[in-house]
Design a protein around this ligand. Structure first.
Ligand code: Z5A
Length: 210
């Protein structure tokens, strides 16, 4: 595969969507062919799964292991339909969330078995890892306040207790320690432009994008 898979991770409201947009414009201005995608919902099937996962239905709560399987199904389709073909075509892919989200949310957040999550991640990805994962590190309170400032409704996962979101933040911190070469921490408290400069620096240094 000739392309690059660059993943953005972090808690709610940490600025992934904003930074992916900035990064996409920057890379395209350098003549690099970019694909922006996300999980869940990077394919047509994934969009159906995304709705099931994020809409809160009081009549039909989703069991934790069902949630895990739905994220895995979304990822499996995404890898086969979007990620592998576009990497083979030489694209630089900017992906909003990937395998570390499942470890952080379903593992650290829900408390599901980590080895089960590891197995499902490897089935869903068929071994495809990111070239680099940029972890936008932001306090959960700040991220949720940003979301509340822009949206009148919060989705099923955003409505979870603050302790759930704190476990996820802790999960990202531990993942960054376990995978220091693949996961790079970025201070997401700074202004949008400053965060973008950090992203540029890391991609130039680590992936030699220019
Ligand atoms: N999930 C899971 O549980 N397991 C899995 O395996 C996967 C996902 C793959 C997807 O939701 C949900 O699925 C997610 C995890 C779970 N949990 N939830 N909810 P999503 O895709 O809809 O939401 P998200 O990924 O959490 O992204 P987000 O909440 O939309 O936030 P964001 O993309 O990181 O942030 P943003 O939209 O760029 O910025 C949020 C606001 O802050 C916006 O008004 C910006 O203008 C503002 N902003 C951005 N940067 C800054 C800075 N630097 N300063 C000040 N304000 C800023």
């Amino acid at each position: 595969m000739n392309g690059k898979l660059i993943v953005f991770e972090g808690v709610e409201g940490c600025g992934k969507t904003t930074q992916i947009q900035f990064c996409s414009e920057w890379l395209q201005s350098l003549g690099i062919s970019v694909l922006v995608t996300r999980e869940p919902g990077g394919t047509s099937l994934g969009l159906h799964l995304r709705r099931l996962l994020l809409e809160k239905s009081p009549d039909q709560p989703i069991a934790d292991r069902t949630e895990l399987l739905l994220y895995a199904a979304d990822r499996s389709q995404h890898v086969e339909e979007e990620l592998r073909p576009n990497l083979a075509a030489g694209k630089t892919i900017l992906c909003d969330r990937y395998t570390d989200s499942t470890i952080a949310y379903q593992g650290y957040g829900r408390g599901l078995d980590m080895s089960l999550i590891g197995q499902l991640n490897s089935i869903a990805t068929n071994g495809l890892e990111s070239d680099i994962t940029l972890w936008l590190d932001l306090d959960v309170e700040v991220g949720l306040a940003r979301k509340r400032g822009t949206s009148t409704t919060l989705d099923r996962i955003e409505q979870e207790a603050i302790t759930f979101h704190r476990r996820i933040q802790q999960g990202y911190a531990e993942l960054a320690k376990i995978h220091p070469y693949r996961i790079v921490r970025i201070d997401a408290n700074a202004d949008v432009e400053i965060v973008h400069k950090q992203v540029q620096k890391i991609l130039i240094e680590k992936l030699k994008v220019i």
